[in-house]
Design a protein. Sequence first.
Length: 479
Amino acid sequence: MNRRGFLKVAGLSSVSLALPDFVANNAGAARRKQVLPNLLIIHTDQLSSWAVSAYAGQLTKTPNYGKILVETPNIDSLAKEGAILYNFFTNSAVCTPSRGCLVTGRYPHDHGAYRNNIEMNRDEVTIARILENNGYETGYAGKWHLDGTPKPGWIRPERSMGFSECRYMFNRGHWKKIVEQPGGNPEVSPYKVIGNTKTFTTDWLADKTIEFIEKSGTKPFFYMVSIPDPHTPFTVREPYMSMYDPEDMTVPNTFEESPATGKPKRGKGTDSVKKNKAHYCGLVKCIDDNVGRILASLRDKRILDDTIVIFTTDHGEYMGEHGLYGKNQWYRTAYRIPFLIRWPKKIRAGTVVEQFVTNVDVQQTLLGLIGIESSGREQGRDASPLLRGEEIEWKDQAMVHHSSLESAGIFTPKYELVLKANGRHMLFDRLKDPEQTRNLCGNTEYRDIMRGLAARIVEHNIAVDAPAVSWLKQQAGTI
């Protein structure tokens, strides 16, 4: 979808489901003769980098200031035995558009699901479609959030976008208890109801993933499990709910700042953020334990080293930074997110990737790593040489498309610039001001820097035919 056809989003459901010829033709028998790896993506919802111990120790100048609040040894093992990406960004810090970027390699306005609860274009060529047509068994369990407004919206096969095994794939929701129903869709409980070791959502989804792995045959598989935690509500089954002491939690230096007035908050608030953070850590620990179970199932089946395993999320959680909870504001924590990957056949243990990689790069990167041709519609870059330790020319920048369509931004190693249609731009020096407390957009000493970064934002949006181009040009011209 380009900006000229953007307002026709309501007509997307009428788009033909016919696949492009390159997909329909499968890629040929020669391609399938090679030994193809399995692919497993473990995806979470609203997980900040500070909550993964492989990242936490590196974040010394931002929350939690180098302190590890929750140990995640199973997630960390992917980095120790594979690669960790220290500068991985989402292109949009809200669930739906971020997920669309991940599975299509295209920016939000082009895959169609540019804000929450809008369905993705029906003609998108997902990585599942490509792998399915190259001989893979495909499956998905958990939150999808790319099928519009239905809630839970259990996904039917004709709407699964290439994920053949989709019985446990639902559109959206954050329930804490799911019970399978013979002959029908699983049953979800009200949010306040917490499941046990078999029915708590994270445990239940891990079980479904393990079942898929155990029944897999001689064909390679691609499975994606999307755990809807540690997103709100911050509740988890015991022993995790009481595992962490609120008094051990770190409060962000910027917590007392009000996003509305810029003045310090008065009265209570610190106790609340500590309590929420402790419960959030419990949610993460539950996820890590289940990642361990999933990895064990691959190991028991003796296919762990034949499987590309990825752990990532859609966006981060502010957890009190700048007085905020949630995501989709313009501060770093929601955008710079975890991405860890293991495949010893191509990725050396302990690989660290410092270059900027984003959600929109994932589809091309994985296909490049496997050795399967991409669709040709992707808008990102193939970062597989970086994972293999090869030196290539690479521009360190992450382009961001806000779900409002009224702001757009860029992250570089030194700066973050946000342009807004209302003219209230934001410029941060990421090195001198890592907690983003000083907006430099009104400082004339930075005018040339702003102009250069603004030109890059405009150039990018023109290149991808984004709907924000017209106002971006106007605003860039006023700097």
